[in-house]
Design a binder for this molecule. Structure first.
Ligand SMILES: [Zn+2]
Length: 264
């Protein structure tokens, strides 16, 4: 259970990135530099407030990927304890007033540029956040390690296009998703291609980490492009392995996403 797990610090110069396990299987994050912090998707307040206090950090801002409660329920308590502006999508369902992140208008975050990417599908609107330096991508419920979010509010085509919009980003970008569904996602991936060595290896790794209560992030776009079924629908050999040889990539994406919804 995530609520008992401690935050984990990752080194990504010039930032420190804190992975904050919250709720059942969510990840919130804190980006920190020189005693200042930004928080991403505080679905619970207490673990984030504890981290900020323990590390003696000043909160400069909060980023929200989408309106779902498991990404926003800690917002009000967090900014009561640490008053700071909140940036996110223009969505009246958000529990506090936010400054809209507009794609194409980078935000200054800890003296770095942060770009909001419009990525609707799981929710509409939904944002991902891209830091070109030091190549970090916060994907919310768009892209997970080994999988992708359910298509709840948008269309399958929208979700597919949102995943496609990540294609220009570099292979060595870190992927920091909103949930730890890694083991389950990779079980699905392995069921599609039982003989795929990299998928099998990654599944063993994720299962071991999950057993010992360790986080399964960060991932990289390179790893996702090699092992995540939802990023591989352009590969005809992969579509054939899935029994989807006759479908175009966008249709194959929808078929796989629907199959995953029914998967164990
Ligand atoms: Zn969500």
């Amino acid at each position: 259970m995530n609520g008992h797990r401690r935050p984990v610090r990752l080194d990504r110069p010039p930032l420190d990135l804190w992975v904050v396990p919250i709720l059942e299987d969510n990840y919130a994050y804190a980006l920190t530099r020189s005693g200042r912090a930004w928080v991403v998707d505080p679905g619970a307040a207490r673990p984030v407030i504890s981290l900020l206090r323990e590390q003696r950090l000043i909160l400069d801002g909060v980023l929200i990927t989408h309106h779902h409660g498991d990404h926003t329920a800690g917002l009000a308590d967090l900014i009561r304890a640490f008053p700071a502006p909140v940036h996110g999508p223009a969505d009246p369902r958000l529990p506090v007033v936010v400054e809209e992140v507009r794609p194409g208008h980078p935000l200054r975050v800890l003296d770095l540029d942060l770009v909001g990417l419009s990525t609707p599908g799981h929710a509409v609107p939904h944002l991902a956040f891209w830091l070109p330096e030091p190549k970090v991508l916060f994907t919310g419920d768009l892209l997970f390690a080994g999988g992708c979010g359910r298509v709840i509010e948008g269309s399958y085509l929208e979700m597919f296009a949102s995943l496609e919009s990540l294609r220009p980003l570099p292979d060595d970008a870190w992927v920091l998703p909103g949930h730890d569904y890694t083991e389950d996602n990779l079980r699905f991936a392995a069921s599609l291609e039982p003989g795929h060595p990299e998928v099998a290896r990654r599944l063993r790794w994720a299962a071991q980490r999950t057993r010992t209560g360790e986080v399964t992030v960060p991932s990289t776009l390179r790893t996702e492009r090699a092992t995540n079924p939802f990023l591989r629908v352009h590969d005809p050999a992969f579509r054939t392995a899935c029994g989807l040889a006759d479908l175009e990539p966008a249709q194959a994406f929808e078929a796989l996403r629907r199959r995953k919804d029914r998967f164990g």
